[in-house]
Design a protein around this ligand. Structure first.
Ligand SMILES: *[C@@H]1O[C@H](CO)[C@@H](O)[C@H](O)[C@H]1NC(C)=O
Ligand SMILES: *[C@@H]1O[C@H](CO)[C@@H](O)[C@H](O)[C@H]1NC(C)=O
Ligand SMILES: *[C@@H]1O[C@H](CO)[C@@H](O)[C@H](O)[C@H]1NC(C)=O
Ligand SMILES: *[C@@H]1O[C@H](CO)[C@@H](O)[C@H](O)[C@H]1NC(C)=O
Ligand SMILES: [Zn+2]
Length: 502
């Protein structure tokens, strides 16, 4: 097509797109004063930013599984558009965190990492091999006999040893790779229940992840999916009559020590959630913080938005982005229930995905909408795309037709360049957002394992228990904004905290 012609068509399409665009570009943005005022406000905040050099009483790590930077940007725009705005100018809760770093996510043996090796890095402070949990890179995946002697412990475990209350929350199964590295030492992330162990693993005495969940560390609050791995194979799931546990050892780990698992496997996607039976991530975070903050020594909480990753693997950007928006809501709720003065909050991802979006989208274009130009095959295309995955589809030798309605479907698969049954992780850096005591430690480009070190140091937890950070002075009782706790003796929480979702 001659260039002028293409330009003409492009111009025409742009005009049509603007006509169709629902949100109007804010007119004040045309005035330089708008940007100058905004710039000065941001500058004033930057000049006034004071590092908080106190010891962190509480630690919260929010982990968006697979939440690469493109996902953060697209989720931000989606959130704004859900509120009827153009979207790009919106601020997520995590956007307001003052300190940022980049995290290098590779595993010791893999350029493109997985959630197990990366979780070992950001939870335990030691980079590890693909597919292994809570073990140094001297361990080999699937080889039970490389477990003993290679265990590394998590900040969660060390926080518990220091007397803090600890909790894990996930929208995936709580035995999944990301939470799994907080409490288990396992040569294969797939060893969820004893039925999943290889005979070699059984012979060498390796225990499954669900077993380790209730036996390795006193965890006060466990909220998420994964019930099936806790129940004997003769026990019916309490919610799904067709489904049973998977354990062979006849042990009911829930009876032994459980707090509340809402789904036999992963929780449902936010878009499919039954709001009457399944709590949202925000509700789980709220419940957990209300329980954990009763401990005067503080708490460590791990919160995983686990299904951002699953949406991307399915090649369905709307599922992934909706999960990311929900994840950010939970971050906002946690901020309302804690104080930035004594709580270090860190938001990061384990790894990225081969998700991208761009391609001549005008301001306010639906983030899951179409480019304003037509591709060289004569067809429209979506701005959100995948490098590989199940979205590679040809109909009669060319790409399937798509329009705004189709592209906006909950389970629409964006085109991918290469066919794969599941879309893969990405290998580029992910962001670390931090606020609260010692959050200025998060700066520069860091190995992912640095996250665990900075968090442990901020709270003076092993191996930094000799840190010289002073705790924040206790506010006088008159000034205290702490909630009163009638009926609570403020003794440490019982090791076996029974908790039923109301
Ligand atoms: C460890 O187990 C693997 C099989 O998982 C085996 O191939 C290997 O030889 C064993 N190594 C040692 C030192 O026993
Ligand atoms: C259930 O576990 C028992 C061992 O406790 C085993 O003998 C049996 O085959 C299992 N049943 C199923 C359906 O897997
Ligand atoms: C593919 O081509 C056949 C034959 O021309 C036609 O009947 C069919 O509708 C086409 N399918 C699509 C999805 O375009
Ligand atoms: C998009 O395509 C579908 C299927 O061809 C059609 O039903 C729908 O009306 C179209 N929507 C728009 C906005 O063109
Ligand atoms: Zn993944």
């Amino acid at each position: 097509m001659p260039l002028q012609c293409a330009t003409l068509i492009t111009g025409l399409l742009l005009w049509l797109q603007v006509l169709r665009s629902s949100a109007v570009i804010p007119v004040e943005e045309e005035d330089p004063r708008f940007w100058n005022v905004k710039g000065k406000e941001a500058l004033r905040r930057a000049l006034n930013l004071q590092p908080n050099p106190h010891r962190a009483k509480n630690l919260i790590l929010f982990l968006g599984d697979g939440m690469g930077i493109a996902t953060v940007t697209a989720a931000r725009i989606l959130q704004g558009q859900m509120a009827g705005k153009t979207g790009e100018e919106t601020s997520l809760n995590m956007d307001a965190f003052p300190y940022l770093a980049l995290s290098k996510t590779y595993n010791v043996d893999q350029q493109m990492p997985d959630s197990a090796g990366t979780a070992t890095a950001y939870l335990c402070g030691v980079k590890a091999n693909y597919g292994t949990l809570g073990l140094s890179a001297a361990a080999r995946r699937y080889q039970c006999n490389t477990t003993a002697g290679n265990e590394v412990s998590s900040v969660l475990h060390r926080a518990r040893m220091a007397g803090k209350s600890v909790g894990i929350i996930s929208t995936a199964r709580v035995q999944h790779a990301s939470p799994g590295a907080a409490y288990s030492h396992t040569a294969n992330r797939g060893w969820y229940s004893d039925a999943d162990l290889s005979s070699d693993a059984v012979n060498h005495g390796c225990r499954d992840i669900a077993y380790q969940l209730v036996h390795n560390t006193d965890i006060h609050v466990i909220l998420g999916g994964g019930r099936q791995y806790m129940l004997p194979n003769v026990t019916q799931d309490p919610e799904y009559s067709g489904s049973r546990g998977t354990r062979l050892d006849r042990t009911n780990l829930i009876d032994e020590w459980l707090k509340g698992l809402f789904e036999p496997s992963d929780l449902r996607f936010e878009l499919d959630r039954d709001v009457t039976t399944d709590p949202s991530l925000t509700e789980m975070v709220e419940k957990a913080i209300r329980i954990l903050r009763r401990n005067p020594k503080g708490f460590y909480l791990f919160v995983e938005g686990g299904r951002i990753d699953h949406g991307h693997h399915a090649g369905m950007a709307k599922l992934a982005l909706t999960e990311a928006v929900q994840f950010d809501r939970a971050i906002g709720r946690a901020a309302e229930l804690t104080s930035e003065l004594d709580t270090l909050s860190v938001v990061t991802a384990d790894h990225s995905h081969v998700f991208s979006f761009g391609g001549y989208a005008p301001r306010g274009n639906p983030v899951l909408g179409l480019s304003r130009v037509i591709a060289e095959d004569g067809k429209p295309f979506t701005n959100a795309l995948y490098g590989n995955g199940p979205g590679y589809r040809l109909e009669n030798g060319s790409r399937a037709d798509v329009n705004v309605t189709i592209a906006g479907g909950n389970e629409y698969m964006q085109n991918s360049a290469v066919p794969l049954p599941a879309e893969t992780h990405g290998s580029e850096d992910v962001a670390i957002f931090a606020k609260g005591p010692m959050s200025h430690l998060f700066h520069g480009v860091q190995e992912q394992s640095y996250i665990a070190h900075a968090m442990a140091y901020a709270a003076c937890i092993e191996p930094y228990s000799d840190c010289l950070l002073e705790p924040l002075p206790e506010p006088s009782s008159a000034m205290s904004c702490r909630p009163s706790l009638p009926g609570l003796t403020l003794s440490l929480l019982p090791a076996l905290y029974t908790y039923a979702w109301a």
